[in-house]
Design a protein around this ligand. Structure first.
Ligand SMILES: Nc1nc2c(ncn2[C@@H]2O[C@H](COP(=O)(O)OP(=O)(O)OP(=O)(O)O)[C@@H](O)[C@H]2O)c(=O)[nH]1
Ligand SMILES: [Mg+2]
Length: 341
């Protein structure tokens, strides 16, 4: 069992949903380790060939490592590393929970909605504007997916220093979230809609009107809301109407969240990165491999390329806990080539 498999045992024990359970099982079974050892084997062969050239450096014409083959292999490995690193977005979301920020003006019912979604009285609710001043967050499962809901300070102009720090944090959290629930209890102006869309480019923005229990008694206001938002539904999802207080239609919001989370179906054979440590090692390996490709393009000598290749090997080795030694390179040379030196 290598280090990444040992880490998987801890992940398996800590797994809170079906997907994280499957990901940990896959890692424990060694699927990730196998992919890595395949990559390392190919890299080791490349490094060995380059080192061999160094050993025969007095015969300049000797080029054991076919450069175009080397380049194709480096590109293939770089692609594989990139795919693995990208899987971290899914892995991390599944493990830590898909981050959902609940934002909007003061008193629209953000904390009430947080409590409703978490099924517990986590945040203080009151009709005083500016009740929530700090970020409050917790996770819950919806349809087997872990969501991390983040209640934030209501956005308004205020002279209160502490509240302003809270509002600053609201914008930070909005940036970090994958999904943003924009909670409203009155019709937003065109410029507010524009600003919100601009701030949330590349994210899923769910426009949600709260307090529909009040609106239902005011048919005219309800129609006005529906009309104002319906006209703008070409690119974004149609707005939802809920009552955080009574729970009405909150299940539709939950379904919209599951859809927006857009989590692929995971099987026990999928290799998905869930650890920040692995992710960082893969990014470093990717950087070193990019340097290899650059050096080759510039026609650099084999020793420079070999050094960066060894870095890649070391970085990938950090994941499984194994260290690449010069003995390993040497053994590889003798395994593949019969040299009487
Ligand atoms: N009628 C009605 N009232 C609601 C609903 N949701 C929240 N409220 C009330 O609105 C008031 C404000 O609710 P909060 O949840 O504290 O609002 P908030 O957005 O967190 O406010 P800040 O923390 O000040 O930004 C409270 O009196 C809630 O009871 C709802 O669905 N219907
Ligand atoms: Mg609040």
């Amino acid at each position: 069992m290598d280090l990444s498999q040992a880490e998987a045992v801890a992940d398996l024990i800590a797994s809170t949903n079906k997907a994280t359970h499957k990901m940990a099982l896959s890692q424990l079974k060694g699927h990730f380790s196998n992919e890595l050892s395949l990559l390392r084997e190919k890299l080791l062969k490349m490094t060995s060939l380059l080192e061999l050239e160094l050993d025969f450096s007095d015969h300049e014409e000797l080029e054991f490592a076919d450069r175009s083959e080397l380049q194709a292999l480096a590109e293939e490995i770089n692609h594989k590393i990139t795919t693995l690193a990208h899987s971290f977005e899914t892995g991390n979301a599944l493990k830590q929970g898909v981050a959902v920020a609940i934002v909007g003006k003061t008193n629209v019912g953000k904390s009430t909605l947080l409590n409703r979604l978490l099924h517990e009285e986590k945040a203080i609710v009151s009709d005083i504007h500016g009740t929530t001043r700090d970020v409050i967050e917790d996770t819950t499962l919806i349809d087997g997916i872990t969501f991390r809901f983040i209640d934030t300070a209501g956005i308004r102009k205020t002279d209160d220093v502490v509240e302003n720090i809270g509002i600053e944090r609201t914008f930070q959290k909005m940036e970090e979230a994958k999904i943003v629930i924009w909670l409203l209890d009155e019709q937003p102006s065109a410029s507010e809609i524009e600003e919100m869309k601009l701030k949330n480019q590349g994210k899923k923005l769910l426009v949600v009107f709260n307090k529909m229990d009040k609106l239902e008694n005011d048919k005219l206001a309800f129609d006005k809301f529906t009309h104002s938002c319906g006209s703008d539904s070409s690119e974004s999802e149609a707005p939802l109407f809920i009552s955080a207080r009574t729970g009405e239609n909150v299940s539709s919001l939950e379904q919209a969240l599951v859809k927006a989370a857009d989590i692929p179906e995971i099987t026990e054979n999928d290799v998905i990165i869930t650890s920040a440590r692995h992710y960082e090692a893969l990014l470093r390996a990717h950087d070193s491999l990019s340097r290899v490709l650059e050096s080759m393009e510039m026609g650099m000598s084999g020793d420079i390329i070999a050094e960066d290749l060894k870095m890649v090997l070391e970085e990938l080795g950090e994941i499984t806990g194994g260290q690449i030694s010069s003995q390993e390179t040497l053994n590889n040379i003798f395994k593949h080539f019969c040299i009487g030196k």
